[in-house]
Design a protein around this ligand. Structure first.
Ligand code: FAD
Length: 311
């Protein structure tokens, strides 16, 4: 990564954590409109209508109710209720989709026991409805605690109602992938969206990508149903080539992409017969998610500036 890109990423990630800015940004109508490129709406019903359209185009989804770093116990209970409403709506409408959940939205930074209790409620509901909960992975300070909770839930509810996410920028990920596969836990593999130091994470894109491919091969060798989450065409082509070499049929794993990013690629893969799931975030607390999307790609900052100037 170039020095300038690294600095602008660091600045955007710093801004993504400013509570005061979050309040201001989410109140600016022009920014809310721009954020809609990446966010399906602020309400569940807006997300449902976006998802119906994705389903009609052959894509499955994972809904994400946006919120993170929640430090108020009552608010974590509201999150559980929102996920229960969401799972009920998916069931009622027969939407092809599951849910993604963050443990810091369930109170992980406040009390790990509370986060486990809250996540357990959501997974129990998903199991009753024959659905699945993907536990998103967040910043490095919570990697171990997150995997501990996923393991506890997996032991309690069994396969296939809860899954983990691993980030290829972390040095530990190859070992985590081997261990989780041995425990039959489904994994979403992504590159990683937070800013992590050299003590725990690869700093060069080349190393992150190499690790992505190394871990992808571990996942495809495991015989479990995993998610290959990336918009990087090289990662996708290498995955397809490895699957062909191993003689895996289409449907042995799925590709996953984010709402609003590379729709062309999503549709191309579906047309070629590969399952593709789109991650569909919605809700009022879109600011940190939106900032991470900007940090990933400097061109997105220009997209925002241009649209703000246009008004
Ligand atoms: P990159 O090398 O970053 O990008 C490859 C190409 O994709 C770019 O050239 C560009 O064309 C396109 N692209 C990538 N990002 C953008 C963008 N923001 N705007 C426009 N175009 C873009 N990260 C976590 O840390 N934890 C998670 O739980 C998590 N869940 C995810 C779930 C899904 C379904 C996906 C797809 C990603 C998730 N991520 C998560 C984010 C991920 O870690 C990366 O930050 C993000 O996907 C960008 O990496 P990339 O693999 O697309 O590769």
């Amino acid at each position: 990564m170039g020095q300038a890109t690294h600095l602008s990423r660091a600045a955007l990630m710093f801004l993504s954590r400013r509570e005061g800015l979050k309040e201001v940004a989410t109140g600016v109508p022009a920014l809310r409109r721009i954020a809609r490129r990446f966010i399906a709406g602020e309400t569940l019903e807006e997300a449902v209508s976006a998802v119906k359209e994705l389903n009609a185009r052959g894509l499955t989804v994972s809904f994400d109710h946006l919120n993170e770093a929640v430090r108020n116990a009552d608010e974590t209970l509201d999150e559980v209720r929102e996920y229960q409403r969401l799972l009920a709506r998916i069931d009622q409408l027969g939407v092809r989709g599951n849910v993604s959940l963050k443990l810091t939205q369930c109170g992980l930074l406040l009390d790990p026991e509370l986060a486990l209790r809250n996540a357990r409620e959501v997974v129990a509901d998903a199991k009753r409805r024959g659905s699945f909960v993907r536990v998103d992975m967040e910043q490095g300070e919570v990697t171990q605690a997150t995997l501990d909770v996923v393991r506890a839930l997996h032991r309690e509810f069994g396969e296939p109602h809860v899954g983990a996410v691993l980030q290829s920028y972390l040095h530990r990920t190859e070992a985590d992938a081997r261990a989780l596969c041995a425990e039959r836990i489904r994994i979403r593999l992504c590159k990683g969206a937070y800013l992590e130091g050299p003590g725990i994470a690869f700093q060069d894109k080349k190393d992150v990508d190499e690790n992505y491919l190394r871990v992808m091969r571990i996942l495809l060798d495991s015989g479990l149903y995993h998610g290959i989450a990336t918009h990087d065409e090289r990662m996708i082509q290498e995955t397809l080539a490895y699957a062909r070499k191993k003689g895996l049929p289409p449907g042995a794993f799925e590709f996953q992409m984010l709402y609003g990013i590379r729709r062309d690629l999503q549709e191309r893969l579906v047309a070629e017969g590969h399952p593709v799931r789109v991650y569909v975030p919605y809700g009022k607390h879109w600011y940190p998610y939106f900032m991470r999307r900007l940090a990933e790609r400097p061109a997105n900052v220009w997209f925002v500036m241009k649209n703000l100037v246009k008004g």
